[in-house]
Design a protein around this ligand. Structure first.
Ligand SMILES: [Mn+2]
Length: 348
């Protein structure tokens, strides 16, 4: 670790240990994502261990994201959060310190923005974050730990636990891992240090499989049925080395098309028809676009939209069209357009 970062952590820990804190609030950005809530919770446990007789309240502007809710439920974490509406001015009078985590600007604090601004000077503001912080927030800070190399705020909180020599329970380890997995988009954005931290968390009892499950967005039943029906009604074509599928559903065309690519299709066209109106969603694998140069938006969905006396377009591998007609006819046209386009490409 760089000397500068080490000193920053030391200084922050020192401030935390020496500042008298009696009533502390931890807050984070609106619609708290898994990194935000994991940071808030694990920091609250850290403060309780470091400071004697401290009361820590987690106040969330506009609550938890749907995924965070699922995470907390799945991991069975006993976490008490308040909304700004649950507390009054008397409460704020008693608060001496506020910790703002995973938040890079005042605006992200929603209704708490005004509290932080009005209490400037009376309220000690600690900031822990991995984003490039906006000046409107940092200028209010009593002390900051902003490490923009870190890929998540939970990584930073982990470092604080380590430097304080605090115990990391299985729940804390799981939450920290969830924060990291979420913010790194399942490690796509990880840095080498991320994996060191993850290795430690797993030694402390974090379960990667559990965390992955906890972070899975559950698909509702109608969407799952649409996907299954799409597969059941599917017709399969082979054009050169490509597998093209067409099918129809009542709704969720785009989701069904993505599902069919997962099943093995290179291109999927999914139509839905309602009272003479037809919609088509098209999806292709990246390899298909690279191998053929066929642009679903320009080459297929745009002319399809014209054919249907409606409109169409989109990206290389994700596009849609709508207009008047039947699903059956629209799908036949999709195959025809694609065949013609592929003929042009291969004859070049
Ligand atoms: Mn974050």
């Amino acid at each position: 670790m760089e000397e500068k970062i080490k000193n920053n952590i030391k200084e922050f820990v020192n401030k935390l240990e020496t500042t008298p804190i009696h009533n502390a609030v931890i807050t984070t950005h609106r619609n708290a994502d898994p990194d935000a809530i994991a940071s808030a919770y694990t920091l609250s446990k850290l403060i309780e261990k470091v400071k004697a007789n401290v009361k820590v309240y987690i106040i969330l502007p506009e609550g938890l994201s749907a995924l965070s809710k699922r995470l907390i439920e799945y991991l069975n974490v006993d976490i008490k959060t308040l909304s700004p509406k649950d507390v009054d001015s008397e409460f704020w009078e008693s608060v001496d310190t506020i910790f703002i985590v995973d938040t890079c600007s005042l605006e992200q604090l929603g209704p708490l923005k005004h509290v932080v601004m009005e209490k400037y000077g009376k309220l000690k503001v600690f900031i822990v974050d991995h984003h490039f912080a906006h000046k409107n927030l940092t200028k209010l800070a009593y002390t900051t730990l902003i490490l923009s190399d870190a890929r998540s705020t939970t990584e930073i909180i982990f470092t604080l636990y380590e430097s304080l020599g605090l115990e990391i329970t299985e729940t804390i380890a799981n939450l920290m891992l969830a924060g990291i997995v979420y913010d790194t988009r399942h490690f796509i954005l990880a840095r080498p240090e991320t994996f060191n931290i993850v290795a430690s968390l797993i030694r402390y009892g974090a379960k990667y499989a559990t965390v992955l499950k906890a972070l899975q967005t559950k698909m509702e039943i109608p969407e799952r049925i649409a996907r299954l029906k799409a597969a059941q009604r599917m017709q399969i074509y082979r054009i050169n080395e490509w597998i093209i599928v067409v099918t129809h559903v009542g709704a969720y065309e785009a989701s069904a098309a993505r599902a069919l690519l997962d099943l093995g299709a290179d291109v999927a066209f999914v139509a839905s028809e309602d009272k003479g109106e037809v919609r088509v969603s098209a999806r292709a694998k990246e390899e298909f676009y690279k191998g053929t140069g066929v642009h679903l938006g320009k080459d297929i969905m745009k002319p399809l939209g014209e054919f249907l006396q409606g409109g169409g377009g989109g990206h290389e591998t994700a596009a849609a069209a709508s207009g008047r007609g039947s699903a059956e006819l629209a799908l036949i046209k999709c195959i025809e357009l694609l065949k013609n386009r592929l003929k042009q490409v291969t004859s070049k």
